[in-house]
Design a protein around this ligand. Structure first.
Ligand SMILES: Nc1ncnc2c1ncn2[C@@H]1O[C@H](COP(=O)(O)OP(=O)(O)O)[C@@H](O)[C@H]1O
Ligand SMILES: [Mg+2]
Length: 278
């Protein structure tokens, strides 16, 4: 579960409680008065024009930033009161696709994707098969040994996506994950996110890609100039996306052109894997 309560964020200001006498900067808040709750296992689109604060919201959800005021609660942990060590552990249960990928430049595609599993202590023999399967699924079977610098933007983005989902995180946040992908790849990515969501991961995706929204209508958080618009308080309104009412309770029918069953994402097929829980 993910809860924002009266959250404000001002860049440059020390996090609350980090020292006496701090009067706050003169800069306006980047995020203001954000209050909403996303339930465990939900799928949410985060929309808004460039500069609205989408990346900042996702960084708060990843616990790499603390709010300047208010409270962010992620997977049962109140972030502003948590110890660094606890936040580090919490972050291992969160998968993130960054707008700028953030792959480790000295590691191959394979090793970048394997990293979360190695951190989780999984055996090499088990992770080898899982990483290879997922890389193949995102169309990079032949690029396992390539370094990020040897990959195109779209290929790097797919490595970043594979790395974010490989450990079946309890929470996945994806920042414009289709920005460098063609339409077919974007649909494949969406199928992967939907599968991950189906096995229990809470998913939040910032996007400008209207086609994706049409294919998977889900609740929307819409930001404008650092404020939430169109969603009053708690749950974001069900599917503001064009094309219907759906929401979580009434899953949308598979859109025409949806991937056939044999294209189901590896997340749904790999057995013997325990979900990280939420
Ligand atoms: N590290 C930072 N330091 C100072 N200002 C920042 C930083 N990151 C983002 N901002 C500012 O916060 C605002 C929201 O940015 P961002 O969250 O990246 O929006 P979006 O992802 O919707 O484009 C922008 O005005 C941006 O310039
Ligand atoms: Mg952004």
């Amino acid at each position: 579960m993910l809860r924002f309560t009266g959250v404000g964020l001002r860049y440059g200001a020390p996090a609350r409680g980090s020292g006496p006498g701090f009067a706050g900067g003169a800069a306006p808040e980047t995020l203001r008065d954000l209050t909403f709750t996303l339930s465990e296992g939900s799928f949410t689109w985060l929309l808004g024009p460039s500069g609205a604060g989408k990346t900042s919201v996702l960084r708060l959800m990843q616990c790499v930033l603390r709010p300047t005021r208010g409270e962010v609660e992620v997977l049962g942990v109140a972030v502003s009161r948590a110890r660094r060590r606890d936040l580090a552990l919490l972050r291992r249960r969160i998968g993130a696709v960054h707008q700028d990928f953030r792959l480790l430049p000295h590691l191959s595609a394979f090793d970048n994707v394997a990293l979360p599993l190695r951190l989780a202590g999984r055996s090499e023999s088990v992770l080898r098969a899982e990483v290879a399967e997922l890389l193949a699924w995102v169309g990079l079977a032949g690029k396992q040994h390539a370094l990020p610098a040897e990959l195109s933007g779209g290929e790097q983005q797919r490595v970043a996506i594979a790395r974010a989902v490989i450990a079946r995180p309890a929470l996945l946040v994806a920042d414009e994950p289709t920005g460098n992908l063609d339409a077919a790849q974007a649909r494949r990515l969406l199928a992967l996110l939907i599968e991950l969501n189906r096995i229990g991961t809470t998913v939040v995706v910032a996007t400008h890609n209207e086609e994706l929204l049409l294919r998977h209508p889900a609740p929307v958080l819409r930001l404008e100039a650092g404020r939430l618009v169109g969603a009053a308080g708690a749950e974001p309104r069900p599917a503001e996306a064009p094309g219907g009412e759906p929401g979580r309770d009434a899953p949308a029918p598979a859109p025409a052109g949806a991937p056939p069953d044999d294209a189901r994402a590896p997340a749904a097929r790999v057995s013997g894997f325990r979900h990280a829980g939420a």
